[in-house]
Design a protein around this ligand. Structure first.
Ligand code: AMP
Length: 282
């Protein structure tokens, strides 16, 4: 496995493989890798001939009061995980190599990015689309892998790829959960034992939402209200939002659809967690 810190080195290596007819897969991450990240690498390994993973804690996507300064970092450990997953090349740039001091450009979407996570984390998605656009330009993948865990993010990336005519395929991989249902996240390590227990309400509430969706009298709105109540009724858990919305537009749904997505963001102690589930109504 090769490890490169320079964008130009990644570009050259990948280009030589592309010229050899290989299908290139890209897995962007911020490191502190867990089984969820590895599932993206496994999917890329299955579909592609040459797999590039990136490890970069992107300062642009953190707000001023967020956890950029204490975001977990474990490069040695992460590289071992990449190697075990069969990654061919890991890109580990420094911030100065990604963002020149005199850079003026950013990539900003105007619709999907303003909802839900975007409303609670202003500027977050502008940072995400800017770094992902740069990673696409550096690695020029045929396929790029994202997790359903960040549901709104993968929708936004799909929109960006379509808007900007990138000829690449976005693959969204299922959420990997702990045995008790908590969605794996690099931020779970911040949870105290008591908060770790409380955080289970997110998965329980989503599971309850799926049960409710099977009941003919329940609507997306009535389910969302119950989601909200379940979460805010748990001591020490403070929801930012709990909604049931259209899977593509994230807009409210007046009637019972065939499917919808339930999305939750909540603070558990000092840690902000997100989770989601596709609901099937019949
Ligand atoms: P991050 O390092 O948190 O930016 O995540 C990198 C990629 O891994 C994103 O596409 C995430 O959606 C994905 N990811 C994070 N956690 C999970 C999980 N539990 N299951 C599946 N994918 C995940």
């Amino acid at each position: 496995m090769q490890v490169e810190a320079l964008p130009s080195a990644v570009r050259d290596v990948v280009q030589s493989h592309r010229c050899g007819g290989k299908r290139i897969g890209l897995v962007p991450t911020m490191g502190a890798l867990h089984v969820g990240h590895v599932s993206l690498m496994d999917a890329a390994r299955r579909d592609c001939d040459f797999v590039v993973a990136t490890i970069f804690v992107n300062p642009l996507q953190f707000g001023p009061n967020e956890d950029f300064d204490r975001y977990p970092c474990s490069l040695e450990h992460d590289l071992q995980k990449c190697e075990a997953a069969g990654v061919d090349l890991v890109f580990t740039p420094e911030t100065s190599q990604m963002y020149a001091a005199d850079a003026e450009s950013e990539v900003r979407l105007t619709g999907l990015t303003r909802k839900l996570e975007g409303r609670h984390r202003p500027g977050h998605f502008d940072g995400v689309t800017t770094v992902v656009a740069k990673l696409f330009n550096i690695a020029v993948p045929d396929l790029a892998y994202f997790g359903q865990k960040d549901y709104q993010q993968q929708l936004i990336i799909r929109q960006m790829v379509s808007d900007l005519d990138w000829g690449l395929e976005i693959v969204t991989c299922p959420i990997v959960r702990e045995d008790d249902g908590l969605a794996m996240s690099s931020r779970n390590r911040y949870l105290s034992p008591a908060d770790r227990e409380r955080s289970l309400i997110l998965f329980r509430a989503l599971s309850r939402a799926q049960e409710l969706a099977q009941t003919a009298s329940e609507t997306p709105d009535s389910i969302a209200q119950q989601l909200q109540q379940l979460i805010s009724g748990t001591d020490g858990v403070d929801p930012d939002y709990a909604v049931v919305v259209d899977c593509e537009t994230l807009e409210p749904l007046p009637q019972r659809p065939e499917r919808a997505v339930a999305l939750i963001a909540a603070r558990v102690g000092k840690t902000r967690l997100i989770d989601n589930q596709i609901l099937r109504f019949r």
